[in-house]
Design a binder for this molecule. Structure first.
Ligand SMILES: Cc1cc2nc3c(=O)[nH]c(=O)nc-3n(C[C@H](O)[C@H](O)[C@H](O)COP(=O)(O)O)c2cc1C
Length: 170
């Protein structure tokens, strides 16, 4: 069976997009075909046999493109193997412990029967052009808290789970 996994992401300033590309690379390592796409450009999930959906956290909710993707594709998503990730904390907390999803993402995970969720550290720097973003960076609370090795390891664990699922189905 030829199958392609989709990694879709909602990212305002680009740091979650980079995490998604790292997830894509991690999945490819195990031989899977993978497409990585911004969540707002995906119209149809028919070509895909599994989905990883990631959203940057803004005020305790996923970035809009990720939220809309989850809503638009909910019927397809409940039937596909699905994993979620959030990116956000601008401190070392995500490296120190498992950070549960905020309630809105937890509800989504439940509704869509997601097989797993992880929170990765986020990133914010002076290129972010929003007023609040600029305030955060100006007050010294920005920085890059992403650990790409942790992201790659998570992606490989997802790939292993996915491969074991598909080998049971074949
Ligand atoms: C206005 C604003 C609100 C944010 N709210 C949260 C939040 O509620 N929880 C969190 O963990 N991170 C929060 N962050 C941090 C972002 O999630 C983090 O910078 C993320 O990496 C941005 O992703 P992006 O570059 O893909 O847009 C916030 C950042 C900004 C600028």
């Amino acid at each position: 069976m030829t199958s392609t996994a989709l990694v879709a992401y909602g990212s305002t300033y680009g740091s979650t997009a980079e995490l998604a590309r790292t997830v894509g690379d991690g999945l490819r390592k195990t031989g899977l075909l993978v497409e990585v796409r911004s969540a707002d450009v995906v119209r149809d999930l028919t070509p895909y046999s599994a989905v990883v959906l990631g959203g940057a956290l803004y005020s305790g909710r996923w970035q809009r493109d990720a939220r809309r993707f989850a809503r638009r594709h909910r019927r397809a998503l409940v039937r596909l193997p699905l994993w979620l990730f959030s990116s956000g904390p601008l401190d070392s907390s995500a490296a120190e412990r498992d950070i549960p999803p905020p309630p809105s993402v937890r509800r989504l995970a439940h509704r869509l029967h997601a097989r797993g969720h992880v929170t990765f550290g986020g990133s914010l720097d002076e290129r972010a052009d929003g007023w609040v973003a600029r305030k955060i960076v100006a007050s010294g609370k920005g920085g890059d808290f992403r650990d790409f090795e942790v992201v790659a390891a998570w992606a490989e664990s997802v790939a292993r789970e996915l491969l074991s699922l598909t080998s049971r189905i074949d």
